[in-house]
Design a protein around this ligand. Structure first.
Ligand code: GLU
Length: 317
């Protein structure tokens, strides 16, 4: 099998379509190594043997393979974009409500929040993302639509939607998220009604996008906060550096250390099977395959990212 071409000195992506299809073949060999998220029917019923990859350079050079254009439930990848919005709306004061530390507890741990007296460890564990949702609800009269519009603008796809059935199943079965939100409320770290805050949180989790759309939406993180497609400054260069640091330390939950060791890129996972990774100054990468490991991160996707990082020499470390 021929590997990807080495990344060039000019920062070009350095992949050929042939090498990408070789990666896809390699990925399919690893089908069956993980398990599907099973807490809601929409995720449990997905065909597990799917794989998509999209790699987009800051100059727009795009490579994709497999199911790169199939939309899937982005789940916690949305936390990266809702945090971006909260930083735009609130600025540095947002950090009075959420810490910036990795957590060795599970992403929806109650004890983590209780130990820290209602201040979530970081914005990517569920409690942190619920505080992010609260900050947005306080500043928007139509928060669900507000986040969707942000995703539409960033990806350039006006038909991106949140799947209502997934959102309502999340609400019906998300008892632990209600527990976290009420505990946050008890500690005074939620200003709005729990139902309103979680309505936004669940709506964000239920957004459906493809690898290509997500990689395009995240390009500002690889480009000092400026979306290279439109030239719009989404967040400042300093906020971008900080966000990438948080993605590196906490984006893969309590598997972040292992992910840094193996892959070494800022990244965010979701239980729908997606990982969105950033190569600062160069490109964004989104990989999707629904089977997950014990941390809730995808098995095949990590394998593919590891292969890409080794062959392109793009780890930040
Ligand atoms: N909807 C899931 C939850 O809130 C998202 C978890 C994830 O994608 O990691 O539990």
């Amino acid at each position: 099998m021929s590997g990807p071409e080495k990344i060039s000195a000019t920062g070009k992506v350095g992949l050929t379509d042939t090498s990408l299809s070789d990666i896809a073949k390699l990925a399919t060999k690893n089908f069956g190594a993980g398990h599907l998220a099973d807490y809601i029917p929409a995720l449990r019923d997905v065909d597990p043997h799917q794989f998509g990859l999209a790699v987009i350079g800051c100059d727009g050079e795009t490579h994709s393979c497999g199911n790169a254009d199939t939309r899937f439930s982005i789940q916690s990848i949305s936390k990266l974009f809702s945090l971006t919005l909260a930083l735009r709306l609130v600025g540095v004061d947002f950090w009075k409500r959420v810490m910036r530390n990795p957590s060795m507890n599970r992403f929806n741990s109650i004890s983590d929040l209780e130990t820290n007296a209602g201040i979530p460890s970081n914005p990517f564990v569920n409690a942190g993302a619920i505080v992010v949702s609260d900050a947005i609800v306080s500043r928007s009269s139509a928060p669900n639509r507000f986040v969707l519009d942000f995703m539409r603008t960033l990806s350039g796809k006006g038909d991106i939607y949140s799947n209502d059935k997934v959102a309502s199943d999340e609400a019906e079965l998300g008892h632990r998220n209600f527990a976290l939100a009420y505990l946050l409320k008890d500690y005074g770290n939620i200003d709005n009604k729990v139902d309103d805050v979680l309505s936004l949180y669940f709506s964000n989790c239920a957004i459906e996008m493809s690898c290509t759309e997500l990689a395009s939406a995240a390009l500002f993180l690889a480009n000092d906060g400026v979306d290279p497609k439109s030239g719009t400054q989404i967040i400042t260069s300093d906020e971008t550096r900080e966000l990438n640091a948080l993605l590196t330390t906490s984006g893969m939950y309590n598997g972040s250390g292992e992910f840094a060791f193996r892959i070494g890129l800022p990244a965010k996972s979701g239980v729908g099977g997606g990982i969105l990774a950033v190569v600062p100054q160069q490109m964004s990468i989104c990989v999707w395959s629904p089977e997950l490991d014990i941390y809730g991160n995808l098995v095949v996707g990590q394998f593919v990212l590891e292969y890409l990082v080794q062959n392109l020499g793009i780890s930040i470390f």
